[in-house]
Design a protein around this ligand. Structure first.
Ligand SMILES: NC(=O)c1ccc[n+]([C@@H]2O[C@H](COP(=O)([O-])OP(=O)(O)OC[C@H]3O[C@@H](n4cnc5c(N)ncnc54)[C@H](O)[C@@H]3O)[C@@H](O)[C@H]2O)c1
Length: 253
């Protein structure tokens, strides 16, 4: 066990799977006390138990980031359990499931994606910032390269991720003098269930994204966790309001 985040209380949303799960483990391995937050209590329990079995410190708190009440309860529980908040990783998100042109995009799906990805990330920040003002700390929001460039057939997702970067920059400006740094991570293709690269029949999807990626492969969730840890650590002490792209050079073209 390393000690870079020793006793720092770290909240990770979307922590039951993919990038969030890898991030929860990475913080725990650096000595943090980790709040494993995701939509299903049982899935949070499994990850928290795995972390605790490996000698880390984690607690499981279910949250639906589309619900203001649920986010408030998550943060109340965090304070009740650990007494403070030092780092927040607002990582939970949905793709939307619909793959169709902007003019054909269903209103209901658009509203759902925005409610989780954009409004949900904002609501998390809204209730995290007053806690972080007490201790100083960091927020890392998981955006996407879909926050940097357009993606045909993914209008709601792309709009939500551009919005997350706007929120990140705005809040970073607002709190820059108050010892809170706020940054975003913009991953390219990462091997997670959301990307559709982890099922048994998904090799073709992964191969297609790998082929489009200059590095010739998709990323592992652990590679994204490393970036989130760096953005949360004093090693990035002058990095604030930044949207860090980690995409195997996909958006360099
Ligand atoms: N995988 C990629 O290629 C990729 C690329 C760019 C950005 N991202 C972003 O990374 C983040 C993590 O995604 P991932 O790839 O690890 O996918 P994932 O599906 O493995 O994990 C997403 C997690 O978010 C949780 N979640 C969804 N809606 C929620 C809600 N309303 N409340 C609480 N939790 C909720 C899910 O239950 C799931 O555990 C997302 O914000 C995603 O948009 C992923």
């Amino acid at each position: 066990m390393n000690t870079e985040f020793k006793d720092k209380v770290t909240l990770v949303t979307g922590a039951a799977s993919g990038i969030g799960k890898a991030t929860a483990f990475a913080f725990a391995q650096q000595g943090a006390k980790v709040v494993v937050a995701d939509i299903e209590q049982s899935a949070c329990d499994v990850v928290a138990e795995e972390i605790n079995n490996e000698g880390g410190e984690a607690t499981a708190i279910a949250v639906d980031i589309a619900s203001e009440e649920s986010i408030r309860a998550m943060l109340d529980n965090t304070i009740q359990h650990y007494g403070q908040l030092d780092h927040a990783c607002n990582n939970a998100g949905v793709l939307g499931g619909m793959v169709c042109l902007t003019a054909d995009y269903p209103v209901e799906t658009f509203d759902q994606v925005i409610a989780v990805n954009l409004r949900g990330t904002w609501l998390c920040m809204k209730y995290e910032i007053p806690l972080l003002l007490k201790t100083g700390g960091t927020i890392v929001n998981t955006a996407s390269i879909a926050g940097i460039v357009g993606f045909e057939t993914l209008s709601a997702y792309t709009a939500s991720k551009h919005g997350i970067i706007g929120l990140t920059k705005t809040a970073a400006l607002e709190y820059a003098k108050q010892n809170i740094r706020i940054n975003a991570l913009c991953p390219g293709g990462v091997r997670t269930p959301m990307a559709g690269f982890t099922g048994t029949d998904d090799q073709a999807a992964e191969d297609m994204v790998a082929q489009m990626t200059p590095m010739g492969r998709v990323a592992e969730p652990e590679e994204m966790a490393e970036v989130i840890l760096w953005l949360s650590s004093p090693k990035s002490s002058y990095v604030d309001g930044h949207a860090l792209v980690a995409d195997g050079a996909s958006t360099a073209r």
